[in-house]
Design a protein around this ligand. Structure first.
Ligand code: ADP
Ligand code: NI
Length: 230
C-alpha cells in the first residue's frame, strides 16, 4: 500500500471512530459542529506555528461529552476524550495537550481566570466561538432553546449583565437573551487576529438579524437600551 493511501486510511478510521460518539447528540453540538470548528481552526492556524494534529484532535473531541448534557459533570469530556485517544494509540504528549484543551475551551470558563493556555487552545477557542455567531450561531441558539423548551423572547425578562460561571450555567432565560449574555460579546473575546476578523463579519450579521427580528415583533423589547438597537 502506498504511504499516501495508508495515511488516508488511518485518517478515515480516526474520523469514523470519533464520529460514532456523536450519533445521538443535540444538533448544535453534533458531528457537523465539530467539522465546522475544524474548518475554522484550520483557517486560523494557516499562518501559525502550531501542532496541526493537536488542532485536529482538539476540534474533533472538544464537545465529545459536554457537561450540560451530563448532569453538570465537567470532567466527563476529557475522560471520554482520553479513552478514545488511548484506543486510537495517539502519542501521550498529544493526548495530554488535547485533554487540557477539552478542559479549558468552554465559554463558561471565561467567567473565571484561565489557569492553562496554549496557542492551539486559543485557536480552537476562536474556532468554536465563531460557530456560535453569525447565521449558524443564530440557528444553534434557537435550536438549543427549543431543545430546552425556552421561549424565543419575553419583554418582562431582561438579560443578566453580571453573570458568573454558576449563574450562566443555571440560566433558563428566553433564547434572545443569550445574544446579549454571550453571542454579541464574543467578537471582543477572540484570541487571534484572524479570529477577530472572521468574528466581525458574523457579528454584523447578527445585528442585522436582531434588527429584523424586532421589526417583525412590532418593535424592540422593553428592556433593550438605545445603543443596543441599530
Ligand atoms: P461552550 O460550547 O463554549 O461551552 P456553550 O455550551 O455555553 O458554550 O454554548 C454552546 C452553544 O450552545 C452556544 O453557542 C449556543 O448556540 C448554545 N447555547 C448555550 N446556552 C444557550 C442558551 N441559554 N440559549 C440558547 N443557546 C444556548
Ligand atoms: Ni463546541
Amino acid at each position: 500500500m502506498s504511504i499516501k493511501r495508508d495515511i488516508s486510511n488511518k485518517k478515515n478510521s480516526l474520523y469514523n471512530e470519533i464520529k460514532r460518539h456523536y450519533d445521538n447528540s443535540e444538533s448544535g453540538h453534533d458531528w457537523s459542529h465539530t467539522l465546522r470548528v475544524l474548518n475554522n481552526a484550520m483557517e486560523i492556524a494557516k499562518d501559525e506555528a502550531v501542532d496541526l494534529k493537536v488542532i485536529e484532535l482538539g476540534a474533533l473531541l472538544h464537545d465529545i461529552a459536554d457537561s450540560k448534557f451530563h448532569d453538570g459533570d465537567e470532567s466527563i469530556g476529557s475522560v471520554k476524550g482520553r479513552e478514545i485517544m488511548v484506543a486510537l494509540e495517539i502519542d501521550e504528549m498529544i493526548i495530554e495537550h488535547v485533554v487540557n484543551i477539552i478542559n479549558h475551551i468552554s465559554f463558561k470558563n471565561s467567567f473565571e481566570e484561565q489557569c492553562w493556555s496554549s496557542l492551539e487552545l486559543e485557536i480552537l477557542q476562536d474556532a468554536d466561538r465563531l460557530d456560535a455567531i453569525g447565521a449558524i450561531g443564530v440557528a444553534r441558539a434557537f435550536s438549543y432553546g427549543g431543545f430546552k423548551g425556552r421561549s424565543f423572547y419575553d419583554p418582562k425578562i431582561p438579560p443578566s449583565t453580571n453573570l458568573t460561571k454558576e449563574t450562566y450555567k443555571k440560566s433558563t432565560a428566553p433564547t434572545i437573551n443569550h445574544f446579549y449574555e454571550k453571542l454579541l460579546l464574543l467578537k471582543d473575546k477572540m484570541n487571534t487576529k484572524r479570529g477577530r476578523e472572521l468574528a466581525e463579519q458574523r457579528h454584523q450579521f447578527m445585528l442585522v438579524y436582531l434588527n429584523q427580528f424586532y421589526q417583525e415583533i412590532g418593535g424592540p423589547l422593553a428592556w433593550l437600551k438605545t445603543e443596543q438597537i441599530i
